[in-house]
Design a protein around this ligand. Structure first.
Ligand SMILES: Cc1cc2nc3c(=O)[nH]c(=O)nc-3n(C[C@H](O)[C@H](O)[C@H](O)COP(=O)(O)OP(=O)(O)OC[C@H]3O[C@@H](n4cnc5c(N)ncnc54)[C@H](O)[C@@H]3O)c2cc1C
Length: 387
């Protein structure tokens, strides 16, 4: 059969590959001039640094099948994400601290030498605002968990810049657990498998798409009228875009990257956050630190700014607050009444998805679809419910 993948990102590539291996004829279209979607990496011509063009991407997962899957296409080398932040301490002095907030952060920030149990008592008994009995907002939850000083230095400014609103306007549910570690573990992720593709994500996705039954067409914008030329469409573009935004637009945050170069090592780490609200960017990424096995004299850096997405911007982070979820629910109803298309991936289901989850869902979708073909059942609009 003939199937169309709209989008040459991870979703389109993984589903396309699975169906190509099952003997079907796959066309993959992408409006961009390259494959890879937002995971796209490119070697900078001047410095030789592998640049994560749409923002830093670190692979991390507990899913052994997904880890084996990516390692089947590309060599992954060890990489641990160790983030730093520039913020002000309780005396108002600027300093560089370790993230996520851990025992090193606490001891440096409060100029103490606490051991784990002492630090836990200090935070929960002396810092946490226990007068807040039933936290309703992100701000109240953070104040309740860690108190004013840590909240203001590490959560408040960054959140305001990232989401464009005050933490008192965001729900408490965003901060589900105590966001502090009482040991010196500064590995950003807890996952068992973590690494970086040796030749970049573009090379990996290129290998996934490299199959005789797959044809890739770049700089090709999908037009809904073409759907009838295929037996089924897998659409990893924006859900509301499929319906020409007829009910309105689902809200996104977008990112602006201000690129600059440097001779040598600019900041000594891959990611430096900026916690203060009057520094307009959220973080600076120094891309060469993502490949510690390579040596480059020159350096490529991105200052990252977050703002509300306008229609012509790249949609990055779905907002998914009450208003957006109501609109999403209406689009889901429209989608479920449509046949011949399955909505997939981060844009098709309007959710933030890490790469491993994207691959897991893509594999499950492809397998579920093959089963539908075998049983003659109608393929659903969503194999994973967006709400
Ligand atoms: C800033 C940022 C940092 C991230 N960091 C990490 C990280 O560290 N670790 C991690 O695991 N995950 C990370 N992610 C998540 C990761 O980017 C996603 O998991 C992944 O990109 C999802 O793949 P996808 O194929 O669903 O979507 P995408 O990569 O967005 O691909 C969709 C593709 O569809 C194309 N398209 C859309 N509409 C049309 C149309 N009408 N016609 C033709 N083509 C169309 C687009 O051009 C795009 O190439 C990050 C995401 C962002 C935004």
């Amino acid at each position: 059969m003939k199937f169309l993948m709209v989008g040459a990102g991870l979703s389109g590539a993984v589903i396309g590959r699975h169906l190509a291996e099952a003997g079907h004829e796959i066309t993959v279209v992408d409006s961009r001039p390259h494959i890879g979607g937002n995971c796209y990496t490119e070697r900078d011509a001047d410095t030789g640094v592998m640049v994560h063009i749409y923002g830093p991407h670190i692979f991390h997962t507990d899913d052994a099948e997904v880890w084996d899957y990516v390692n089947g296409f590309e060599t992954f080398l060890p990489y641990k994400n160790r983030v730093k932040t520039t913020s002000r301490d309780p005396q108002g002095e600027l300093g560089v601290f370790s993230l996520p907030v851990n025992l090193h952060t606490i001891n440096q920030f409060f100029r103490k030498t606490l051991r784990p149990d002492e630090a836990r008592s200090f935070i929960t008994e002396e810092q946490a605002d226990t007068s807040i009995a039933d936290p309703q907002t992100f701000e109240e939850q953070a104040m309740r968990f860690v108190g004013k000083d840590l909240y203001e230095a590490f959560f408040k400014g960054y959140t305001m810049k990232q989401w464009g609103c005050h933490p008192s306007e965001l729900p408490a549910s965003i901060l589900k657990r105590l966001p502090v570690r009482f040991n010196y573990d500064d590995n950003y992720f807890f996952h068992k498998f973590q690494g970086m593709p040796e030749s970049g994500y573009t090379a990996m996705i290129g290998k996934i798409l490299d199959h005789p039954n797959i044809t890739v067409k770049l700089e090709t914008v999908f037009d809904r009228s073409e759907a009838g030329d295929y037996d089924h469409v897998f659409y990893s573009g924006p859900l509301d875009g499929w319906f020409d935004y007829e009910l309105g637009r689902l809200g996104y945050r977008t990112l602006d990257f201000e690129r600059f170069t440097y001779e040598g090592d600019y900041q000594g780490c891959a990611v430096m956050n900026y916690g203060e609200v009057d520094v307009p960017y959220t973080r600076i990424t120094e891309h060469k630190h993502f490949t510690p096995w390579e040596n480059h004299e020159g350096s490529v850096l991105y200052r990252e700014f977050s703002r509300a997405a306008e229609p012509e911007d790249i949609p990055y982070y779905p907002i998914r607050q009450v208003e957006e979820k109501a609109l999403l629910s209406d689009y889901v109803k429209l989608a479920e009444a449509t046949s011949g298309v399955t909505f997939v991936g981060r844009l098709g289901t309007y959710r933030y998805l890490d790469m491993d989850v994207t691959i897991r869902e893509a594999l499950d979708t492809a397998r579920g679809f093959v089963q539908c073909l075998e049983t003659g059942e109608k393929a659903p609009a969503f194999f994973v419910a967006p709400l």
